[in-house]
Design a protein around this ligand. Structure first.
Ligand SMILES: [Mg+2]
Length: 269
């Protein structure tokens, strides 16, 4: 597909700022953004070329590359396979530090109890096979089900989970391919802001994501730069640009590399 067609929904102003900025913070969600969805989540590998381009962008200097994901970091780091970047996992509840240690923000006792209750209630409804339990969330994955059954299962589970969501303990969100109940207090927006607030003066921020949980980050980066939504839009978005699919991401990254580092670094990509 021609490059200009792939990038037609990226604002021209983004490229102007990327070229002129003193520093850039380029943040990526993982599933549905860097890597196409797979029913077997542990097989969701990045789109060919994307990680190599991110590695080149990071190595060239002038851009901080970050991965902000809902997955536990141990999972996503294995799938990305050694990309030097800032890693933030579980929607901001954990972060890999430069010395390699993993810092996890603690959960309150009421939040832990609400998540345990969410897991038990979904199991009691017979949805145990569809559940993924993380430290700070419980996800009901319905990608393996026919569309009508997926909707019915999501609605049954969401009705129960919403009874747990009061009191600022947990929130319930529809996500691509399921629903999720997660700890309240951190989200991808707070994670993006934590990076941007420590970036050099004059930095711009660009966040690329695909899902409802990325909207917090799209909103957060509006004062710093741009949110870019990957895939079809279902409803309103805070993103200011879009890419049609994960397969478009390498084209976007090549443009970024060319503008910030020159054509010679793009050769061979
Ligand atoms: Mg995603």
């Amino acid at each position: 597909m021609p490059r200009t067609h792939v990038l037609e929904a990226i604002p021209a102003q983004l490229w102007r700022l990327v070229k002129l900025a003193r520093h850039r913070v380029l943040m990526f969600d993982y599933d549905g953004t860097l890597a196409p969805f797979r029913v077997e989540r542990q097989e969701a590998r990045p789109t060919p070329g994307a990680v190599d381009l991110l590695r080149r962008i990071g190595a060239a200097g002038g851009t901080t590359v970050a991965i902000i994901t809902g997955r536990p970091l141990a999972e996503v780091e294995r799938l990305i396979d050694g990309l030097p970047a800032t890693y933030i996992g579980e929607h901001g509840w954990e972060r890999r530090m430069p010395d390699g240690s993993l810092v996890q923000r603690p959960l309150s006792v009421p939040t832990k109890k609400a998540l345990e209750s969410a897991e038990r209630s979904a199991q009691a409804l017979g949805f145990g096979e569809l559940l993924e339990r993380k430290r700070t969330s419980v996800v009901l994955h319905t990608r393996s089900l026919p569309a009508e059954a997926a909707l019915s299962v999501q609605e049954s589970c969401a009705a129960v989970w919403r009874t747990l969501a009061g009191g600022e303990k947990v929130i319930v969100d529809h996500i691509v391919g399921g629903i999720e109940v997660r700890a309240w207090g951190c989200n991808k927006g707070t994670a993006a802001l934590s990076l941007l607030s420590h970036a050099p003066p004059g930095s711009i921020g660009v966040y690329v994501g695909d899902d409802a949980t990325d909207e917090d980050a799209f909103d957060a980066v509006r004062e710093w730069g741009f949110g870019i939504r990957v895939g079809e839009r279902n409803g309103p978005t805070q993103a200011m640009g879009s890419l049609t699919s994960c397969e478009s991401v390498p084209v976007f990254l090549k443009e970024w590399l060319m503008l910030t580092c020159g054509d010679d670094l793009v050769a061979g990509c």
